[in-house]
Unconditional design. Structure first.
Length: 149
């Protein structure tokens, strides 16, 4: 029986080219301005063409207008990043997908509440007046919390 380490290493060695392509695509996305990064849903490479799926038709026009910027970034990635040396892309095509994106549900966060464990009975051992006053304010706050419950 194979252990998890051997299975993962086998998958990585078998699909190294595809993984490097996806890493390069992610690095390219990180180099793009935020408005472009937010508009991209996914991307893939087929033969020598990089396909980029976008959320909005207006962003498709923006991508097409700024294709020289994207090509320059891609060329710099090939030079500077070892994994991207074989990421040969002759052209970039963008398209708007028809698929609806899954809407993330906003979960309501609940603050944890706890019972006060202290009763406010402790010795004030502060040596300076300012620290002593702060400790007394804390003591009063604790006493009010205990009385209110």
């Amino acid at each position: 029986m194979k252990n998890a380490k051997s299975v993962v290493s086998h998958l990585f060695s078998k699909n190294q080219d595809k993984l490097n392509e996806q890493r390069c695509f992610r690095k390219l996305l990180n180099l793009l301005p935020k408005r472009f990064k937010d508009a991209v849903i996914f991307g893939y490479k087929k033969q020598n063409t990089l396909y980029i799926a976008l959320k909005h038709p207006g962003m498709k026009m923006e991508f097409n207008y700024n294709q020289t910027l994207i090509n320059e970034l891609l060329n710099k990635l090939k030079i500077s990043v070892e994994e991207c040396k074989n990421f040969d892309v002759k052209q970039i095509k963008t398209f708007v997908t028809n698929k609806k994106l899954p809407v993330r549900e906003e979960r309501e966060t609940k603050l944890a509440t706890y019972l006060e464990k202290s009763s406010g009975k402790f010795e004030n051992m502060a040596k300076t007046d300012t620290v002593s006053e702060m400790i007394e304010k804390i003591r009063e706050t604790i006493r009010k919390n205990v009385e209110s419950k």
